[in-house]
Design a protein around this ligand. Structure first.
Ligand code: GDP
Ligand code: MG
Length: 163
């Protein structure tokens, strides 16, 4: 029984940056594996000695909320079907969008363990801005900087503990 963590969210929020950070020193699965597609990347990672697979979703290039009904909702649904845990990544630079609400609603209905992660929190200024995301009606979010890795340990502690 393997643990699979999928990273979902709008384009440009920083999903691939986190994915690459989680895969540091580990090898991405590039081919010869069932389920590898052009729009999703799979890799192996571990935290506190616990192995898991990470899925980076995306590949859609259009940075426009109109793509939601197509690519983004498809990727969120695939993540719900495939993963044991989901990281829902949001971008503090851009703030909340309608698409974020739609993704959140899909995840909420799925009952999958979901970790809401506000990315690009590079300083205390963004930490304050991140409180906007409580408007999603959530009790808890994590703030991270995928670019520096700050905050990623706390979320990994919780994800791995909940497996
Ligand atoms: P994706 O489309 O969600 O996969 O996003 P990417 O990982 O490709 O990142 C989109 C852009 O955001 C890139 O220019 C990244 O360098 C930048 N980025 C990612 N994480 C951070 C972060 O924590 N802080 C800042 N300031 N920029 C970031
Ligand atoms: Mg990407």
């Amino acid at each position: 029984m393997s643990n699979i963590v999928a990273i979902v969210g709008r384009p440009n929020v920083g999903k691939s940056t986190l994915f690459n950070r989680l895969l540091e020193r580990r090898e991405a699965i590039v081919d010869s594996t069932a389920g590898v597609t052009r729009d999703r990347h799979y890799g192996k990672s571990d935290w506190n000695g616990v192995d898991f697979t990470v899925i980076d979703t995306g590949g859609y290039e259009v940075n426009n909320d109109d793509v939601f009904q197509g690519e983004i909702s498809k990727q969120v649904q695939l993540a719900i079907d495939e993963a044991t845990s989901i990281i829902f990544m949001l971008n503090v630079e851009e703030g909340l969008t309608d698409t974020d609400y739609e993704i959140h609603e899909m995840l909420r209905r799925s009952n999958k363990p979901t970790y809401i992660v506000i990315n690009k929190v590079d300083s205390s200024k963004e930490e304050l801005d991140a409180t906007e995301f409580y408007q999603l009606g959530i009790d808890k979010y994590y703030t991270i900087s995928s670019a520096t890795g700050s905050g990623t340990g706390e979320i990994l502690d919780d994800i791995v503990r909940d497996f």
